[in-house]
Design a protein around this ligand. Structure first.
Ligand SMILES: Nc1ncnc2c1ncn2[C@@H]1O[C@H](COP(=O)(O)OP(=O)(O)OP(=O)(O)O)[C@@H](O)[C@H]1O
Length: 447
């Protein structure tokens, strides 16, 4: 169960928030002062800290460096009043994950927490900790697009969704593989059952069996209670295996066996459990190459790849980019309480001229930041990040980001620029830290 620390001196508000988050299966601790919060952080680990900006003993931003030092994996979300946006921006520059303006809606706080957990490499939405939380089928935000590549994508999704075929989604980071997997699940007959997403790169090899198949109490040190695994959690529904290429060879064998037999055993148990699930997996590397190099089992590759879908890079989606940008603008407005109603023509030209190596995720983040810096009702060129204005498709030339040599070079450069601070490098590269760690492993970078 993800752990959240709320730092807030308004006790009525913190109690209400605490009750709400507890109902949504978070383990919540509340601190009413900075001093109390510091002692909590020193003694316990929190996945996410929600801190008020203004606290009686000082500003919540001053806590950031202590948190980053004591617990670098913890994601911090600042809660602000409308007048405190500048402080929030300062907090984000100092490493806070995001901020939210008070008053906020229950949906928006849940969404930011989910994003923060994802950023920290924790799969939250369908977390499995003795109990299963149903994924919310959020297709309402899903944008189809009108470009040829978007239409082909849509046709493939429609075609394969009603079947039981295993689907392999192939695309660069941030192109929307997880969103597509959810769309397939939500259009399938399994939609009323669980969609469970697992980041295979984040599952430590040693405990992968327990993560996938569960365990019984006492089966190993640390198995203090019975736990169901991802397979059982997704029973009847869809299991989404993200970054499948990162699964160790040994774990590939276990996965293949479970898929062939459609039966699993919890670690430490002899009882077989029948599982009926659909597998959707995703990769941003060429798995055929991994097979040829002996890093990925061919039999598993064929089992996962009954149908493959290439998710187009944003630069291949033509003017759909503006449709995405406008939808992200609306979303950012509602999340951060702004009313930027349009994107200026000059800013649109800049957006269309940039190559977007980080794809939709990079566009979404750039629009959100631009909304944050916008002062009027129109998003102007000035609030767009500098590199977007200078690095156009033309001067990025044919340096296709999907080509690993270019990507590796870019990652190394960003790491050097940030003095090997991975959070900052990930920010610069417009990718999540999780993706950066995966890529460091993939390219075997010694950093
Ligand atoms: N069709 C879409 N409509 C609206 N938003 C989208 C769409 N596709 C992707 N997004 C947004 O783009 C971002 C990246 O999407 P997603 O996480 O699915 O990408 P991914 O390819 O799985 O990334 P990674 O390889 O890094 O795991 C998310 O914020 C998602 O909400």
């Amino acid at each position: 169960m993800p752990k959240i620390l709320i730092i807030e001196d308004d006790t009525a508000f913190s109690q209400m928030l605490s009750r709400f988050l507890t109902r949504h299966q978070f383990a919540v601790t509340v601190s009413i002062s900075l001093r109390e919060a510091i002692s909590q952080i020193k003694t316990s680990f929190f996945d996410v800290i929600l801190s008020d900006v203004r606290l009686p003993e000082g500003d919540g931003v001053s806590l950031l460096s202590t948190i980053k030092k004591e617990s670098p994996r913890t994601q911090i979300i600042m809660m602000t009043g409308y007048a405190e946006v500048k402080t929030a921006v300062k907090a984000m520059k100092k490493g806070a994950f995001d901020y939210i303006s008070k008053p906020f809606t229950p949906d928006s706080i849940l969404e930011i927490i989910n994003d923060a957990l994802k950023n920290g490499g924790i799969e939250e939405k369908e977390r499995i900790d003795g109990e299963v939380v149903k994924a919310s089928p959020s297709t309402s935000d899903f944008i189809l697009g009108n470009s040829e590549s978007s239409i082909t994508l849509q046709n493939h999704v429609q075609l394969v969704a009603p079947t039981n075929m295993s689907v392999l989604l192939i695309g660069e980071s941030g192109t929307g593989k997880e969103v597509t997997a959810r769309a397939i699940h939500n259009t399938s007959s399994r939609k009323s059952k669980q969609f469970v997403a697992v980041d295979c790169g984040a599952v430590p090899k040693e405990i992968a069996s327990s993560e996938f198949f569960g365990h019984v109490k006492g089966s190993f040190t640390g198995a203090v209670e019975d736990k169901i695994g991802h397979f059982e959690a997704a029973n009847g529904g869809t299991l989404f295996l993200d970054e499948i290429g990162n699964l160790s060879y040994e774990n590939q064998i276990q996965l293949l066996r479970a898929l062939q037999e459609r039966r699993i055993k919890r670690v430490g148990s002899t009882q077989e459990i029948h599982v009926d699930l659909r597998i959707i997996s995703a990769t941003n590397e060429d798995l055929r190459k991994a097979v040829a190099e002996g890093r990925f089992r061919e039999d598993l590759y064929h089992r996962l790849n009954e149908f493959s879908i290439a998710i187009p890079a944003l630069r291949e989606r033509g003017n759909d980019l503006l449709q995405f940008a406008e939808a992200f603008l609306k979303k950012a407005n509602s999340e951060i309480g702004r009313e930027v109603v349009k994107i200026s023509e000059e800013a649109k030209t800049v957006l269309l001229n940039y190559a977007w190596p980080g794809n939709l995720r990079e566009l979404k983040n750039s629009i959100k930041r631009a909304v944050l810096f916008s002062e009027g009702a129109s998003l102007e060129i000035e609030v767009l990040p500098e590199h977007i204005k200078t690095k156009t498709k033309q001067n990025t030339e044919a340096k296709d980001f999907s080509k690993s040599s270019y990507e590796k070079e870019r990652i190394l450069k960003a790491l050097k620029q940030t003095n090997f601070n991975k959070s900052k490098a990930a920010e610069l590269l417009q990718m999540t830290r999780k993706t950066l760690y995966n890529k460091i492993n993939l390219y075997q970078l010694d950093v």
